[in-house]
Design a protein around this ligand. Sequence first.
Ligand SMILES: [Zn+2]
Length: 160
Amino acid sequence: MKPFTVLGYSANDEVFCPACLRSTTGLGPADTDYNGHPILPLYAADTTVQEECCTYCGAALLDLRLVAEAERGKAEPAFHVEKTRHHGPQPALRFDRKPPEEIRTELKRAGWRWDPVAQLWWWPKGAPVPVPASLNLPPVPAKVVARPPTIRRGAPRAQA
Ligand SMILES: [Zn+2]
């Protein structure tokens, strides 16, 4: 939880959780309260705020927030990524949404490039393609490069 996460509000000399502020006073965070005072956000960084309970529903502000965050985490599925191609043969990764910071850092560090026009990450070099393990993609099959047979002149050929 970030220090400036708003856990609730102080208005009308009472403490509200975000839901009760709206449902019982009809006020929004940007309004002034019934006494003409600005409604004060109660930030998570304030240790006294962490012990506050909502005057109306009685829930601890911190608990409400933790429950809300847990639910949001569940509701938001992880990004989806698929392999594709870019500039013809170049391996590329297409995300259906902006991947988390650590994934982007990992891609950048490995040498992937972001193409803002095509909206995908692509690999500008040849094999091996370093797909970050955190993407949980099936591994890139090692390409069998067909080499011309090596002919050693003068070397004995048959072993049988
Ligand atoms: Zn409440």
